[in-house]
Write a protein that binds this ligand. Structure first.
Ligand SMILES: O=c1ccn([C@H]2C[C@H](O)[C@@H](COP(=O)(O)OP(=O)(O)OP(=O)(O)O)O2)c(=O)[nH]1
Ligand SMILES: [Mg+2]
Length: 178
């Protein structure tokens, strides 16, 4: 077992496809969405009120803040997939170049870093999520099975005299603290 993909147990009988390469020399394994998913447009904000607040240097009302927070929060598309790899390897999750053009979807953190020790972690079994924002004017509808991103396996290097890592990975998305 060198590196590869598995379906996480909660999706065992959901008919998911493991990520695959579409052409002979493709670097990226395409990931499909595990569910039908809607990514709301970030423009669904209460525009006028925000502009008003900025114009008058007022605090944005709490209700608007809550709404904005909900919409601006990057959305996590479940893939139902986990990846195993060597200890000195990482899976880079990148957008498909067609996504900004066709679906107005971007990855707000640029790329996703899927660590080798994320695999089978105690909190979510290592399920890979694709974090996206929809900068378009309308909601982006994604169907189960749509190819949403691509994963590229890479080796990584460590630095001399580094402070040895103290933690065991418990999950993702901020699990190691601030
Ligand atoms: O697009 C992404 C990015 C990350 N992850 C998972 C795998 C990764 O191993 C873990 C942690 O990612 P990262 O280290 O980039 O985020 P963090 O904010 O530092 O979280 P943590 O404190 O859990 O390391 O979250 C994803 O599923 N999708
Ligand atoms: Mg981290």
């Amino acid at each position: 077992m060198t590196r590869g993909f598995e379906v996480v147990s909660s999706y065992a009988d959901k008919g998911l496809h493991l990520p695959y390469r579409t052409t002979k020399r493709a670097a990226g394994y395409d990931f499909e969405s595990a569910v039908d998913f809607t990514v709301p447009s970030i423009w669904k904000l209460d525009f006028l009120r925000i502009l008003w607040a900025i114009r008058h240097q007022e605090n944005v009302p709490e209700e608007t803040q809550a709404k904005a927070k909900k919409i601006l929060k990057p959305f996590l598309i479940p893939t139902g997939i986990k990846a195993y790899m060597g200890d000195d390897e990482v899976l880079i999750l990148a957008n498909r170049s067609s996504n900004p053009l066709k679906r107005s979807l971007v990855i707000p953190n640029g790329i996703g870093v899927i660590d080798a020790d994320y695999y089978n972690n105690d909190s979510n079994e290592g399920e890979i999520f694709m974090q996206v924002l929809n900068f378009g004017l309308t909601d982006a509808k994604i169907a189960k099975g749509d190819r949403i991103g691509q994963g590229i396996f890479m080796p990584y290097l460590t630095a001399d005299n580094e402070r040895k890592p103290q933690q065991k990975r418990q999950g993702g998305f901020g699990s190691s603290g601030k």
